[in-house]
Design a protein around this ligand. Sequence first.
Ligand code: ADP
Ligand code: 5GP
Length: 194
Amino acid sequence: MHSGHLIVITGPSGVGKSTIVQEVLHRTNARYSVSVTTREPRPGEIDGKDYHFIDKQRFEKMIQRGELLEWAEVFGNYYGTPAKPVYEALKAGETIILEIDIQGGLQVHEKIPYATFILILPPSWDELLNRLIKRSTEPPEAIKRRFAKAKEEIELAQKSKVYDYTVINDKLENAIEDVIKIVNSVSEKTRKDN
Ligand code: ADP
Ligand code: 5GP
């Protein structure tokens, strides 16, 4: 029996998920699930903190050994959630946040349907594109691909009906506060249930 709570945060690339989650982690007791990825680190990203950066061979081994709670190929790279830290956190009564893509979110829903699912949306398509450009972590071709995928992803997420909350990331501080409220109410509920 698990006594903690899992929160899955999803949304299109560039919407502001990482920015929001970093602040939420500072201001709540929630922990972060560090994903494994085969993508190259961006300047400033720290191995073991932002991601565990691994090669494709090691990623495939983790799939074979059943070590991933979910995984997906996103924009030509593999991303996955190591299962053990998640189950350990849940067992320890902690609130743990996953920041993953929509396909991954749907896989988590199959395995842990009692998790809380939050979809982060941009205030407009133009603003989503602005943010991808402003971040300047991908070349123009990759930005185009990420932007084109956004519509598809949002439609899939909305159709799936697994999302409990939708947060529009217009003013950053408001979006952070909305997510904090959800995290705190979920953590509170977990405490009362135990
Ligand atoms: P994601 O993790 O969803 O891919 P990021 O957190 O990397 O997105 O944010 C993409 C860019 O948008 C970053 O440059 C970030 O500083 C900026 N950003 C995030 N939220 C807002 C906001 N509410 N208003 C303006 N810019 C934002
Ligand atoms: P980025 O390369 O911008 O860090 O992430 C690209 C996409 O991969 C984002 O939508 C992000 O949420 C998603 N992602 C990050 N980690 C994981 C993971 O462990 N699993 C899945 N399915 N998606 C992930």
